[in-house]
Design a protein around this ligand. Structure first.
Ligand code: NDP
Length: 488
């Protein structure tokens, strides 16, 4: 049984009041360990450590901060196989996905922001006549909070802490209580990587307890949050009146727009991946597949034929392509969405319920069949509410304008994919779709320098590259007179 601890200052320790939460493996439903059920007192403890570390860390040369991040990246690389096993076991995701995506990307996040901070620059504005010079001084903010979800645990955790630390802030981070193991493993290497005590603090526990304590702490000056839209709105209501900086990366209901002139096989294969990767539990997954009328039947039949053959397997089996959903309550939530689709008259094409356990070890795991519906109108719940599971709908469109209208008939606006060989059309449609990210003839291709985030109910602000470093710094304009006489 694993026993996880908080990292506060230089110490790994349990919650002050000795409370614990069970750690459950989704593929088996078994308790595999326990983690601290921390509360506001532990956050206060972490704040004290972070506040003490801040003056020195923010004054530490950039090269030294970057070196600490690179050391941590190297430790992730050194332990990558153990981390991938832990991520797969903790989250239910296929081990191959953890090995090929989650852990390499966590390492890359740390290394990327080590380099990014060394290249970061700010602006100077010099008026004609050289009477004054204005320059932007980007200062570290102070103590910041980073709150991350369960779907890509170490990947999204490092995506937040790396730019925050690179920019000279001290961090109080809370991983999702549902998938805390890889953040716990990382916490054991933080001091070894050279970070001084208190620069990175990791506090485990429940969102409404630890997360809430971070968000409402009067001296934590910025909150970087990734999670559900409802939680994001709650955080905004709390932190907004306190004038904290906020970056909110929230839910999605992403359309895949399949035009008749697409590369059919590539669109089909990638749409299967974009719909069902990580059991549909990626904020960027496609969940509304919009297909042009003239190829609708052919695309639907080919899609259903392939998806019907996909069966969830034991996440720890290297051959598995689909694993377990993350928890019993999430399984029930996804099944509730499937039930609602039936109630609204949608036609089930495949899946629609629990999948057989792949082996005896997984007899009590949380496995759902990949599920496809058609004949649900754009305003049906199944086309409006984020399922965040292996469930998609198919809708037919006749014209480019109708595709755009359907794509935009959602409160969300995170990502879309557009499948066409006509570059002009791809460009027009991308410009009209209300989303933070548009992929043309591809999906999930990520360049870490690009701005990442959504519009509408999918969030506020952008992560990645300069956007993240700008978020984690406070710009001050410094104006210096260069003339001996003050101008009027
Ligand atoms: P939640 O919103 O439930 O939780 C996200 C994090 O916030 C968790 O660490 C959670 O803790 C914590 N939290 C919960 N309540 C509070 C609170 N009152 N104050 C502060 N923190 C709190 O999301 P999920 O973990 O269920 O993640 C799935 C969601 O994340 C989906 O909607 C998905 O679309 C979105 N997501 C968005 C991404 C993006 O980049 N836009 C990327 C990935 C996911 P705990 O787990 O203990 O409840």
């Amino acid at each position: 049984m694993l026993e996880l601890l908080n990292l506060i200052g230089a110490q790994l320790k349990p919650a002050q009041d000795g409370q614990w939460l069970d750690q459950i493996e989704p593929a088996t439903g078994q308790v595999t360990g326990r983690l601290p059920r921390s509360n506001a007192a532990d956050v206060e403890d972490a704040y004290a450590a972070a506040a003490q570390a801040f003056p020195s860390w923010s004054a530490t040369p950039i090269e030294r901060r970057a070196a600490c991040l690179r050391n941590l990246a190297a430790l992730v690389n050194q332990h990558s196989e153990t981390l991938a096993q832990a991520e797969s076991q903790d989250n239910g995701k296929p081990i191959r996905l953890a090995q090929s995506v989650d852990i390499p990307r966590a390492e890359q996040n740390l290394a990327f922001f080590a380099s990014a901070i060394e290249q970061f620059s700010s602006e100077a504005h010099i008026p004609a006549g050289h009477t004054h010079i204005n320059y932007t001084h980007r200062k570290s903010i102070g103590v910041v909070g980073c709150i991350s979800p369960w779907n890509l645990p170490l990947y999204l955790f490092t995506w937040k802490i790396a730019p925050a630390l690179a920019a000279g802030n001290c961090v109080i981070a809370k991983p999702s209580e549902i998938t805390p193991v890889t953040a716990w493993m990382l916490s054991q290497w933080v001091l070894q990587a050279g970070f001084p005590p208190g620069v990175l603090n990791i506090v485990h526990g429940l969102g409404p307890e630890v997360g809430q304590a971070i968000v409402e702490h009067p001296r934590i000056k910025a909150i970087s949050f990734t999670g559900g839209t409802v939680t994001g709105a709650h955080i905004a209501r709390t932190a907004g009146p306190m004038f904290k900086k906020m970056s909110l990366e929230l839910g999605g209901k992403n359309p895949a727009i399949i035009f008749a002139d697409c590369d059919f096989d590539k669109a089909l294969q990638t749409t299967i991946r974009s719909s069902f990767a990580n059991q549909g539990q990626i904020c960027l997954c496609s969940s509304r597949i919009l297909i042009e009328d003239s190829i609708y039947d052919r695309f639907r039949d080919a899609l259903v034929a392939k998806v019907q053959r996909m069966q969830p397997g034991d996440p720890l089996d290297p051959a598995t392509k689909m694993g377990a959903v993350v928890s019993a309550s999430h399984r029930d939530k996804v099944l509730g969405h499937i039930q609602a689709a039936h109630s609204e008259g949608a036609t089930l094409l495949c899946g629609g319920g629990l999948a057989d356990a792949p082996n005896e070890r997984c007899a009590n795991g949380y496995f759902i069949q990949p599920t496809i519906f058609e004949n649900a109108g754009p305003s049906c719940k199944i086309n409006q509410e984020e399922v965040f599971g292996p469930v998609i709908t198919l809708q037919r469109f006749h014209a480019e304008s109708e595709a755009i209208q359907l794509a935009n008939s959602s409160d969300y606006g995170l990502a879309c994919t557009i499948w066409t060989q006509d570059l002009g059309k791809a460009h027009r449609v991308a410009a009209e779709v209300e989303s933070g990210i548009a992929w043309v003839n591809c999906w999930l291709v990520r360049d870490l320098r690009t701005p990442f985030g959504g519009v509408k109910a999918s969030g506020v602000g952008r992560e990645g590259g300069w956007s993240a470093l700008q978020f984690f710094t406070e710009p001050q304009n410094v104006c210096i007179s260069l003339s001996s006489i003050e101008m009027p």
